[in-house]
Design a protein around this ligand. Structure first.
Ligand SMILES: C[S@@+](CC[C@H](N)C(=O)[O-])C[C@H]1O[C@@H](n2cnc3c(N)ncnc32)[C@H](O)[C@@H]1O
Length: 267
């Protein structure tokens, strides 16, 4: 299961869930966005997550917050569990998908493995937005993305490619300084070895060609991003930066939601 991080708190504090809204939370994990939406007065909140353990945690967390009647947590891939539920389109779709770029052959936690470029689940989510959102709906996502040292990111490109020519205002906000690829690889190495997924030699062997490939393509950093899209508006794309962040995320989660922000990484 997934510990709650800065970016989850950032989005939960900015969630565009109006009273009466229908909300979809993809990859609900702890349930933090779904719970917040219900607390803000959303009348129906659906969450999907491929991890059955997440469902247990999220239901428990929704009970702690007294919103268990408003939230419906389903186990399954992205939009798949909604297929047979004949749910209406959503006012808000929010997500904190698995976003870490993990090269082929490196076993890693389900909650964060975004495939070789970090975009496997993100692409699937973005492709399904149009069919599941209301004409004036809003989409919010916190994620990481490969990119250069400036403002070019893979997720930014994916957004522009997916929604080109459509009436949607896209804003992408950088939340912290981008992390150099070398620092990311070093963190990942520590976690893979601590999790007994691979030994150091095997990790380095698999990582080196991936690093060369990324660098050759100009992808030298990892960006923390907040994406917001408003449908039914003139087409636009904006990139900016917001450094405001909460220092003690885990304590804030505990104070605001009554559940621990630091649950174990166990699968
Ligand atoms: C980065 S975690 C975010 C969790 C949640 N936002 C939170 O703060 O607790 C990503 C979540 O997406 C789920 N997930 C991974 N692949 C998925 C998929 N294809 N469809 C739905 N959920 C998925 C993981 O199980 C994990 O709970």
């Amino acid at each position: 299961m997934f510990p709650v991080f800065h970016e989850n708190l950032f989005l939960s504090q900015r969630l565009k869930a109006a009273p009466g809204a229908h909300v979809l939370d993809i990859g609900f994990g702890s349930g933090i966005f779904s719970i917040k939406a219900a607390l803000k007065g959303a009348c129906r909140v659906y969450g999907t997550d491929i991890n059955p353990k997440a469902q247990e945690y999220a239901i428990r967390n929704s009970i702690i917050n007294g919103v268990e009647d408003k939230v419906h947590f389903y186990v399954g891939d992205t939009y798949e569990p909604l297929r047979d539920q004949s749910v209406p389109r959503f006012d808000l779709i929010c997500t904190n998908p698995p976003f870490l770029p993990i090269p082929e052959g490196i076993p890693y936690y389900l909650h964060s493995n975004g495939g070789p470029h970090g975009t496997t689940v993100i692409s699937k989510i973005l492709r399904g937005v149009r069919d599941n959102i209301l004409p004036q709906g809003c989409f919010q996502m916190v994620t990481m993305s490969l990119g250069d040292a400036g403002s070019e990111t893979l997720v930014g490109k994916l957004l522009q490619d997916t929604f080109v020519g459509q009436s949607v205002a896209i804003s992408v906000t950088q939340l912290k300084d981008p992390l150099p690829l070398s620092a990311y690889i070093s963190n990942l190495r520590d976690r893979v070895i601590a999790g007994n997924f691979l030994d150091e030699h095997a990790f380095d062997q698999k990582m080196q060609p991936w690093e060369t490939d990324c660098t050759t393509q100009g992808m030298t950093h990892l960006h923390y991003l907040f994406v917001e899209m408003h449908f039914g508006r003139s087409s636009s794309y904006r990139f900016d930066r917001d450094d405001s962040g909460v220092e003690d995320v885990r304590q804030t989660i505990r104070d605001d939601y009554g559940f621990p922000g630091g649950i174990q990484w166990d699968d």
